[in-house]
Design a protein around this ligand. Structure first.
Ligand SMILES: Cc1cc2nc3c(=O)[nH]c(=O)nc-3n(C[C@H](O)[C@H](O)[C@H](O)COP(=O)(O)OP(=O)(O)OC[C@H]3O[C@@H](n4cnc5c(N)ncnc54)[C@H](O)[C@@H]3O)c2cc1C
Length: 327
């Protein structure tokens, strides 16, 4: 087995996905050579963002069947590389593709896969360095750290959980083109790729600042004010909400933060009338700074914040808005 960590890289028309670049940075803390796994139907030249984000090496798996995602072709190609190189760890983003591809690979290799991890670290188990993958369990009321007996040890991680490196890692690195000669036949033939543009493309998972509303913000009108306030802070500021706020129709489901919503790690997260339930906290706990406004001095969120304001969320929101209007 090689002391190598594979990170599956996803890309779309805008370039490499943030979650893949975050995983490269996170893999650097796991003691091993970090190798990006990139599938495509032609040799890709622009690998610099992968080295800058933490890759020592890029395996570009090239086959004419790897142009558009098809789980059978992608799984076979990656399996062939894994069997040849025997990495100790493989990490995949918890995207729609990753959630389908990772279990397909792990089941073929008869190895374990920990899904939707919130933390990855290396731990010593009887003299052996193992991947310790932490994720919420029992409905989010407990965090479980899971070890994997077999190799490669596999995990999926959601976007926004791991922070990208502050400093670029390096400009260039090793590169190997791998030809898997895919033999599998798929009954699926992709005729055309039509992007789903109907969904709200907000930047919640990767925003630098988040204004989050909970039930304590009470009305849809106040959530609109939250949007208005966010505009003053520019495109890197996004609005999110708690699950209860979503259930009450105060904000749309795609803006829910937390265990069953999105995970995020902004520089600043401000909670307006949020109680701070564990299922919410797991989605925002990696924020650099947390400010919470709640009228209950004993609110749970105050145990997880850097600054607290005991007061009415609507009043604080109105004051902030008025101040920003003056600028
Ligand atoms: C399996 C499972 C998954 C879940 N997943 C998620 C998830 O992904 N994300 C998520 O958010 N939740 C999730 N939940 C729900 C979670 O447990 C909480 O119920 C939810 O986060 C609470 O939302 P809230 O803080 O808006 O509402 P509440 O718990 O009702 O809290 C409202 C808060 O507002 C304060 N408040 C009231 N009035 C004011 C005022 N005028 N000014 C200031 N403060 C005020 C109150 O003191 C209170 O602290 C999940 C639950 C389960 C069981």
């Amino acid at each position: 087995m090689a002391d190598e960590i594979f990170v599956y890289i996803e890309k779309d028309k805008n370039g490499y996905k943030n979650v893949s670049l975050e995983l490269l940075s996170g893999a650097r803390n796991l003691k091993g050579k970090v190798s990006a796994i990139l599938c495509s139907d032609y040799e890709i030249d622009n690998l610099k963002p992968l080295y800058l984000s933490g890759a020592d090496k890029v395996y570009n798996i090239v086959d004419k069947k790897l142009g558009i995602y098809n789980n059978k072709y992608f799984a076979e190609a990656i399996l062939k590389l894994i069997k040849e190189r025997e990495p100790k760890i493989m990490l995949v983003g918890s995207t729609k593709t990753g959630r389908e591809l990772a279990p397909k690979i792990s089941s073929k290799l008869n190895t374990g896969l920990t899904a939707d991890c919130t933390k990855l670290e290396i731990t010593d188990v009887k003299g052996e360095e193992k991947l310790a993958s932490t994720r919420p369990t029992f409905g989010g009321s407990l965090m479980a750290t899971i070890l994997c007996k077999n190799y490669p040890q596999m995990a999926t991680v959601r976007g926004g959980v791991i922070k990208k490196m502050n400093e670029p890692y390096k400009e260039d690195g090793e590169r190997e083109v791998f030809y898997p000669n895919i033999e599998t036949k798929s009954k699926i033939r992709v005729l055309e790729f039509i992007e789903d543009t109907s969904k709200n493309k907000d930047n919640l998972s990767h925003a630098k600042m988040i204004l989050c509303g909970g039930v304590g913000l009470k009305t849809q009108e106040n959530f609109k004010k939250l949007e208005e306030l966010a505009k003053y802070f520019g495109p890197d500021c996004a609005v999110g909400g708690t699950r209860k706020a979503v259930e009450k129709g105060l904000i749309s489901k795609d803006k829910q933060l937390g265990q069953t919503g999105k995970t995020t790690a902004p520089k600043l997260y401000i909670a307006f009338g949020v109680s701070g339930a564990i299922q919410h906290i797991v989605g925002i706990e990696n924020s650099d700074y947390i400010i919470a406004i709640n009228n209950d001095p004993n609110a749970q969120i105050f145990e997880n914040c850097n600054y607290k304001i005991v007061g009415d969320a609507e009043a604080v929101l109105n004051s902030l808005l008025n101040e920003m209007k003056k600028i």
